[in-house]
Design a protein around this ligand. Structure first.
Ligand SMILES: [Zn+2]
Length: 178
């Protein structure tokens, strides 16, 4: 397994649509394992393949069950995810590994049904609610070239949560379509 570099929000790859996974062979297994390791090393809750520069419809999600142990929750590794049903609406805070140090308020459905395939190609159907539903919507957006900042309704709903570190990229207003 290997940690792959996560690309920054202004990278055009993040604006492209990902291709459907058709082969569930070795290369996909390596990609998924690398994505899991990359997400864990960055303390992320979810990761989509375009974030590591791969335009394939693959997403990883793991919400901690126990706050003391970030890797304690159920791990979803899904290919070709599609939200087939979305109900309710709630505004909540989101961040993204492609935009470190920032969060925004985004309206999302409160419950979703996701159809996907697992890492071996088996069809799965998942019902998610609350924050898990939010993360599914965020990651599915990534494979369609959408970032959460596209869904932030006004500049006051987007903010920096940690001061920039030495040499770290700052986001200019021109890069954020607000
Ligand atoms: Zn993201």
């Amino acid at each position: 397994m290997a940690i792959r570099p996560v690309i920054f929000a202004d990278n055009p790859i993040l604006r492209m649509k990902s291709k459907k996974v058709k082969r569930f062979g070795k290369a996909l297994q390596v990609l998924i394992d690398d994505m899991v390791e990359t997400m864990h090393s960055a303390n992320g809750l979810g990761l989509a393949a375009p974030q590591v520069g791969v335009l394939q419809q693959v997403i990883i999600i793991q919400l901690p069950e126990d706050e003391e142990e970030p890797q304690s929750g159920k791990l979803f590794a899904l290919c070709n995810p599609q939200i087939v049903r979305a109900d309710g609406e709630e505004e909540g805070e989101e961040g993204c590994l492609c935009l470190p140090g920032y969060v925004g308020e985004v309206k999302r459905a409160t419950s979703v049904i996701v159809k996907a395939q697992d890492r071996r190609g088996k069809k799965v159907r998942i019902k998610a609610e609350g924050f898990l539903a939010r993360v599914f919507q965020h990651e599915t957006d990534h494979i369609n070239g959408i970032l959460y900042i596209d869904r932030v309704e006004s500049p006051d709903k987007f903010r920096r949560i940690v001061p920039p570190e030495e040499g770290e990229r700052e986001v200019s207003k021109a890069e954020i379509p607000l």
